[in-house]
Design a binder for this molecule. Structure first.
Ligand code: PGA
Length: 251
């Protein structure tokens, strides 16, 4: 038996409509009928979460959100709390996606606070880390990823173990440029070693997903790497057949 059960999560980003979501989830549920070799989730825009939670009923597909507030409630106009997400059938919450870090100014400290809030609500955070092309070119990949990881590790290794990590090199997101299996495996091994320095149990059990232009034709090679435990999939998760094929590559 594999050490860690593989996990594939789709990140729809700001895409979808009532009609498109219905078609996508129906196609996915039928393509994945009887599939139980890996965990599968779809992370929909917040407004559609109740719809998607309804659509996945009867399937093994779990529902994820793409963001959540670090605050429990109160005067935070426009925000959505983790408890609210939970009420609508959400199980996973992506925190610290590179688009939120780059476009909405989320800091390592804020991402760590969100991670803690998601856990406190009884949900599973998916912590995204990853370097930009400039950072990779400056040989700063490990320093950047370490800083992003350490902010959450500071909550305690046991806390990190309650979530999932996703390594997503920013230069590979939505660009069609996937990290090579060697590049991805090297950073995954670095992340696992850094966790190992704090807890061997957490390092052994925690799932580290790869994200960045994962497609049906590269998923199998990526998921075969020893420290890659599945994928966080953007563009390709909007096509039912393509996403189902990626999930099956994680078997
Ligand atoms: P992509 O996005 O698969 O479209 O590159 C991945 C992500 O941003 O999670």
């Amino acid at each position: 038996m594999a050490l860690r059960r593989k996990f594939v999560a789709g990140n729809w980003k700001m895409n979808g409509s009532l009609a498109a979501n219905g078609e996508l989830v129906a196609g996915l549920a039928s393509a994945l009928a009887g599939f139980d070799a890996a965990d599968v989730a779809v992370c929909a825009p917040a407004l559609y979460l109740p719809q998607v939670a309804e659509l996945v009923k009867g399937s093994k597909i779990a529902v994820g959100a793409q963001n959540a507030s670090e605050y429990a409630g109160g005067a935070y106009t426009g925000e959505i709390s983790c408890a609210m997400l939970k009420e609508f059938g959400v199980r996973y919450v992506v925190v610290g996606h590179s688009e939120r870090r780059a476009l909405f100014g989320e800091t390592n400290a804020q991402v760590a606070a969100k991670f803690a809030a998601v856990l406190a609500a009884g949900l599973v955070p998916i912590l995204c880390v990853g370097e930009t092309l400039a950072e990779r070119d400056a040989n700063a990949t490990e320093a950047v990823v370490a800083g992003q990881l350490d902010a959450v590790l500071a909550l305690g290794a046991d806390k990190l173990g309650g979530g999932v990590v996703a390594y997503e090199p920013v230069w590979a997101i939505g660009t069609g440029k996937t990290a090579s299996t060697e590049q991805a495996q090297a950073v995954h091994a670095f992340i696992r070693a850094r966790i190992l320095a704090q807890s061997i149990n957490v390092a052994t059990a925690v799932r580290i997903l790869y994200g960045g232009s994962v497609k049906a034709n590269n998923a199998q090679a990526l998921f075969a790497c020893p420290d890659i435990d599945g994928g966080l999939v953007g563009g390709a998760s909007l096509q039912a057949q393509e996403f189902a094929a990626i999930c099956k590559a994680a078997a």
